[in-house]
Design a protein. Sequence first.
Length: 220
Amino acid sequence: MIIAGNWKMFRGPDPHALAGLDAIVCPPFTRLRACVEAGLTTYAQNVHWEPEGAYTGEISAPMLLEIGVTGSLVGHSERRQYFGETDQTVALRVRGALGAGLRVIACVGETQAERERGETEDVLRRQLEVLEPHPDLVLAYEPVWAIGTGLTATPEIAQEAHAFIKSLLDAPVLYGGSVKPDNAEGLLSQPDVDGALVGGASLDAESFRAICETGARIRS
Ligand code: 13P
């Protein structure tokens, strides 16, 4: 069971309030070092594929490794929606990060319009066909319509999508999209839901801790 908190562009809780938690935190770049120093398993929210170069505003895997960061998110839907991330750049980032020794959580998921048009499986296939299995690669299924909206995929929708994803690529799959302490149990109980990628609820130490405890109770 893997529970990861994506703090997005929020400062997030005091890392010391999360001490001892068996979880991953993905803080903004300026908080990475504080999280590492607090003993948390710390991932970046993005990483470039080159070790260095003239890429203003980017960060490289060796730079993250140098300060004790363990891994990175790649291809979050907010990167795809607002910052021009494509399946091709996601593939480059994933390959570069894994090659450099970072772990990766690669995010996939369909928009509301794509789901309504019956394109969910086509979208997942397109997003996944650029990736290869790797022991340090974990996937996150984050339906865009459930992110930050308070709408959550039902456990059945999540299970169906996760099983489909695993039929295409052999990797653990986390669910993301409005995971809260009161819906975590139903989602995390599904056989192909291997954990959660938590946004808003990870900004509050107590609610993040409650989700982690639910996960530990279901699969210890
Ligand atoms: P919310 O939990 O706020 O919906 O965010 C989900 C997410 O995008 C995690 O990466």
